[in-house]
Design a protein around this ligand. Structure first.
Ligand code: FES
Length: 61
C-alpha cells in the first residue's frame, strides 16, 4: 500500500495507520492496548496524540 494511503503513525517503531486500525479491530481501545499489541508509542512518545485520534475515529465510526 502506498505511503500516502497508509501513513507512518509511529516513526520510532515504524508502525503504520493500518496496523493501528487492525489493532483497534482486534479489540484495542486504549493507547496502552495499542502499545502492547503493536509496540507503537514505545519510543519517544510523540505519536500518542495521533494514535488517540485514530482510536477516537474508530470509536465514533
Ligand atoms: S513516534 Fe511513536 S514513539 Fe516515537
Amino acid at each position: 500500500m502506498p505511503d500516502a494511503d497508509d501513513p507512518l503513525i509511529c516513526l520510532c517503531r515504524r508502525v503504520r495507520e493500518s496496523a493501528i486500525l487492525a489493532a483497534a479491530d482486534q479489540g484495542c481501545r486504549t493507547l496502552a492496548d495499542v502499545r502492547d499489541r503493536t509496540e507503537a508509542n514505545t519510543g519517544c512518545g510523540d505519536c500518542a496524540a495521533d494514535i488517540e485520534e485514530l482510536l477516537e475515529s474508530v470509536r465514533t465510526g
